[in-house]
Design a protein around this ligand. Structure first.
Ligand SMILES: [Mg+2]
Length: 243
């Protein structure tokens, strides 16, 4: 049965929140940069901070580190898709504990609408989600192709949902695993729920009005946390994004 009435838009991060790509994205980006730039003496990705950043920002930084800022980032993007598909064929992504059940439970609940809000390139997000068996829960979202920061990615997710989701919603809540998810949600006017399943612990993720969960392993607790974050947006005097 299709739920009726307004819901809460749940805007999902991918890596470290829903799945572990087990280094496939890093290996694919490294291979793509090397293929496009030719052999480089230094590893262009060594020491780069990947957590919570968009793939476009990562590609542009990698090109600068490789001494080739003149190369269009789209050349790496185009190669990256092939490299990522090959990397995932060798080593599939795995859904994090509780992710599949959490998505199913929230979809059944009727109050929640799933969309993506991820720094992955769109193609990369779908490849990883298909590899981990989670793609079926999503139809649209915001991606890291056009932006270097998360806030505009999340705004894209809201725009995509307005076009493609046939139900109204009263608030939007981002679910992520890094401080950048939290700050991006704040800047874009979304609520946030964080899960300490990636590289950041609860202490690094904590902030007023932002529930932090140890994992997605308790779907009812997750639903309550999202509902709480949505309500805070409603009552905060700036009732979330205009929708
Ligand atoms: Mg993440």
């Amino acid at each position: 049965m299709t739920p009726r009435g307004p819901g809460v838009l749940v805007v999902w991060d991918v890596d470290g929140t829903l799945l572990d790509a087990r280094g496939a994205g890093h290996r694919a980006l490294d291979a793509a940069v090397r293929a496009v730039c030719g052999r480089t003496e230094a590893d262009p990705l060594a020491g780069m901070d990947f957590a919570g950043r968009t793939d476009r920002a990562l590609i542009e930084e990698a090109l600068a580190r490789a001494g080739r800022p003149d190369v269009p980032w789209t050349a790496v993007r185009d190669r990256y898709g092939h490299e990522l598909a090959a990397a995932l064929a060798r080593t599939p992504a795995v859904a994090l504990q509780g992710a599949a059940e959490a998505l199913a439970t929230l979809a059944r609940d009727g109050r929640f609408i799933h969309v993506l809000g991820t720094g992955n390139l769109a193609l990369g997000a779908w490849l990883k989600l298909r590899s981990a068996g989670l793609a079926r829960w999503f139809a649209t979202g915001g991606f890291g192709d056009a932006h270097r920061d998360r806030a505009p990615v999340l705004r894209d997710a809201l725009r995509a949902a307005r076009r493609h989701v046939p139900r109204p919603w009263t608030a939007a809540v981002a679910v992520g695993d890094t401080p950048r998810d939290r700050e991006g949600a704040r800047a874009a006017g979304l609520g946030a729920v964080l899960v300490a399943t990636g590289r950041y612990g609860a202490d690094a993720l904590a902030a007023p009005g932002v529930p932090v969960l140890p994992s997605l392993g308790d779907p009812r607790r997750l639903a309550d946390a999202i509902w709480e974050a949505a309500a805070l947006r409603d009552e905060g005097g700036q009732s979330g994004p205009r929708i």
